[in-house]
Ligand binder design. Structure first.
Ligand code: COA
Ligand code: MG
Length: 308
């Protein structure tokens, strides 16, 4: 059998990215047992200014506890301009999460400045940078910001869209189909696709409305987002379902891989798969999908072991 080529860039599972206010110790503890792919420990907008120090203390205590196995750990800091950001960044350097999430990124310099601070402090390479794209300038500059991820030593890995801030800044009203926002969301998708980053779709505020949340997850998946930022545990299951490969897509991907693995297809760039043309570019997509499914299976095995 032909060996499978390695996926072009490493795949991280980011279907469900739950925000947990660092001020809420009970929610922090709860996050250990939840089936989300990633947790954003929020020091920014969900924490009142007079509670920032207490929230940092909570995070120190939480990180001193049992490790959060199998989940990406992301700390959202305040901007440096707010006066809280430097202390937040000190905490990030002490706790060494998987990533630091920068709020309200307007331009490439916002990412580069934090990258320089991390490099000066000898932060491990594994500590990545995520950027909230949630301001008009952030949307306008999305491509330039994503391109900053290409510079040597850049830690930029992922964009997270923030529509609450964007709606506030632009006056676009909440609507079920996000019609007026779609062009901006797709601009973000174009930017991350051009420079090899992931994009996470914005939160959905009405956490009791499962039907509308399902619809928004389906829309985000169809647009090309890797996952969704969540605010409540009852949003995790739907996000995992929508942003993970479904059975039909997985079967199709395996069929594409098998078709190209056939020795008769060794020198072919195009094959006939049950009356449909399949190109080698579909093989890359198929391999990424199967790899993602493998990661999901590994995660649920690891999770079963932890829970039992
Ligand atoms: N992470 C972990 N656990 C959470 C959670 C979260 N984001 N949101 C709620 N929970 C827990 C609650 O602590 C509660 O646990 P318990 O049953 O053990 O007491 C359970 O889930 C049910 O919560 P519920 O009563 O339905 O909601 P709530 O009133 O406690 O919280 C919010 C509602 C909106 C305040 C809360 O979900 C929240 O703070 N979400 C995140 C907000 C945020 O991060 N904003 C910034 C990014 S936009
Ligand atoms: Mg915001």
């Amino acid at each position: 059998m032909m060996s499978r080529t390695a996926p072009p860039r490493s795949i991280c599972l980011r279907r469900s990215v739950l925000s947990v206010p660092a001020i809420n110790s009970r929610a922090l503890e709860k996050s250990r047992d939840l089936d989300c792919d990633a947790v954003i420990f929020d020091l920014e907008d969900s924490v009142a200014p007079e509670k920032k120090a207490e929230a940092r203390g909570n995070l120190r205590d939480f990180f001193a506890g049992p490790p959060l196995t199998g989940k990406e750990r992301i700390i959202r800091i305040n901007s440096l301009a707010s006066g809280f950001g430097s202390d937040d960044l000190e905490l990030v350097l002490a706790l060494e999460p998987d990533a630091v999430l920068l709020p309200k990124v307007d331009e490439p310099q916002d990412v580069m400045m934090i990258g320089d601070r991390l490099a000066e402090a000898d932060a491990p390479e594994s500590l990545r940078i995520f950027a909230m794209i949630e301001t008009p300038r952030g949307i306008l500059n999305a491509a330039a910001i994503a391109e900053a991820g290409r510079t040597a030593g850049s830690r930029l890995d992922c964009f997270v869209v923030g529509l609450n801030d964007l709606r506030k800044e632009t006056g676009v009203l909440p609507q079920p189909d996000r019609a007026y926002l779609v062009p901006w969301l797709m601009q973000v998708i174009l930017a991350v696709s051009a420079y090899g980053l992931d994009a996470i779709d914005s939160v959905f505020n009405d956490f009791r409305d499962q039907e509308q949340f399902d619809a928004e997850c389906a829309q985000g998946r169809a647009m090309g987002f890797a996952g969704k930022m969540l605010i409540h545990p009852n949003q995790i299951e739907a996000a995992n379902r929508h942003f993970g490969p479904d059975e039909a897509a997985l079967a199709e991907a395996k069929a594409v891989i098998a078709a190209f693995a056939d020795p008769a297809a060794a020198n072919l760039n195009v094959v006939n798969l049950n009356g449909r043309m399949v190109e080698r570019l579909h093989l890359v997509q198929a391999e990424r999908l199967v790899h993602k499914a493998e990661l999901i299976a590994e995660r649920s095995i690891a999770r079963r072991k932890t829970v039992s």
